[in-house]
Design a binder for this molecule. Structure first.
Ligand code: PLP
Length: 376
């Protein structure tokens, strides 16, 4: 019998919660009406849509009308960056960071090609974008600042409230790619001062291919898709009710248990690091001291992260890496490059991301496998 899989790549995607799955079914099989239609068969999906919007809004302290459903994090990021630029006839600048997800970086490259200026802030070696760094670059000609809530490779959590203050002091809007943070950290968009926030359901035990963009009331950005009147005329297309309902169920479930999940996940994280320390293996933990619970980026100097990944894979353990080699080159991720991790450490980097479905037994198996890989 093959060994059960140990899934420790929760920053890549998460397992769908059974409750979320159950909540989706009726909207696929029975109540499949189009929410935009005027007849009574559309009433239930329309109500479900409104309820899901309200549930999601409550999880981040937004208003329901500030939640816009999208196909996920990538679309939300594209919309925030391009929508902001395209609605600005003065072509004012966008500021982002060098270690954003490619959904942000490539959207920024796209607006640059069209003549909208973009500046890229470098993180500290601990993976922080500091308010001082932002203050040194921002001007009154900045339209948008977009800094991720927490980095997806090294987990470092950013000082969002302080960064928002700097942006607002110069009349700029503040967007955050919170794809890794929503459902895992408490987020109050009003208290933090966020103008736009991207989220993706499959990172918080919801279904894939669905997400949302929070757009604070009064923020003027251009529409994402033209067509029907869905999403307040800003993102046309028949709503994916089942996925939207599944996302709301998953987010509510996670938000109700944030503290409980964090405590458990941090226990597992401690166990993992203790196990590595006891084994005497040399490693560097990336991302500084304020990281997402369970997201552990570790570099083993002079080891090969890709080889570790494949060996763990053979033992049924799923993790991720920070550098990939082809037959000629080693490509170190832009995130590890941005924190100036020396090449010999970057090559030996793996990302273990623990989720709420992991157990102490999983952690022990991961430690044992890393040790086995080391002595081979
Ligand atoms: N932003 C961050 C920080 C991510 O980690 C990801 C997914 O890996 C995305 C955006 C893209 O989200 P999606 O997969 O929903 O398009």
């Amino acid at each position: 019998m093959s060994k059960p899989m140990i899934y420790a790549d929760n920053a890549a995607t998460t397992k769908l919660d059974p409750e979320a799955f159950e909540s989706m079914k009726p909207w696929l099989l029975e109540e499949y009406g189009n929410a935009s239609q005027p007849y009574s068969f559309a009433r239930k999906p329309k109500k479900a849509l409104a309820e899901a919007r309200a549930t999601i809004a409550a999880c981040i302290n937004a208003l329901p009308e500030e939640i816009f459903f999208t196909s996920g994090g990538t679309e939300s990021d594209n919309w925030a960056i391009k929508g902001s630029a395209f609605s600005d006839s003065e072509h004012r600048a966008t500021i982002t960071s060098a270690f954003e997800h490619h959904a942000i970086l490539r959207s920024c490259a796209a607006i640059e090609r069209l003549g909208y200026p973009v500046a890229y802030l470098s993180p500290t070696p601990d993976g922080q974008i500091t308010p001082e760094n932002l203050a040194s670059v921002i001007t009154d000609k900045t339209r948008l600042v977009s800094i991720m809530f927490a980095n997806n490779e090294i987990g470092s959590i950013q000082p969002i409230k302080e960064l928002c203050k700097v942006a607002h002091a110069h009349g700029a809007l503040f967007h955050t790619d919170a794809v890794q943070a929503v459902g895992h950290l408490e987020i109050d968009v009003k208290d933090l001062g966020i103008d736009m926030l991207s989220a993706s359901a499959h990172k918080f035990n919801g279904p894939k291919g669905i997400g949302f963009l929070y757009i604070r009331k009064g923020v003027a950005i251009s529409s994402y898709a033209d067509g029907g009147a869905q999403e307040g005329n800003r993102r046309a297309g028949t709503e994916n009710i089942a996925s939207i309902v599944g996302m709301a169920t998953a987010l509510k479930g996670n938000c109700n248990l944030i503290e409980h999940n964090r405590t458990n996940i941090l226990k597992l994280e401690k166990q993992l690091l203790q196990g590595l320390n006891e084994s005497g293996v040399e490693y560097i933990r990336n991302g500084g001291s304020n990281t997402l619970p369970g997201l552990i980026s570790i570099s083993f100097p002079n080891m090969d992260g890709e080889a570790i990944l494949h060996r763990l894979d053979l033992q049924g353990i799923v993790v991720s890496t920070g550098a990939a080699c082809d037959s000629v080159n080693t490509i170190i991720s832009h995130v590890l490059q941005s924190i100036n991790l020396p090449e010999e450490a970057a090559i030996g980097t793996i990302r273990i991301s623990i989720g709420k479905y992991n157990s102490l037994t999983d952690i022990d198996a991961i430690i044992a496998s890393i040790n086995k890989e080391r002595v081979q």
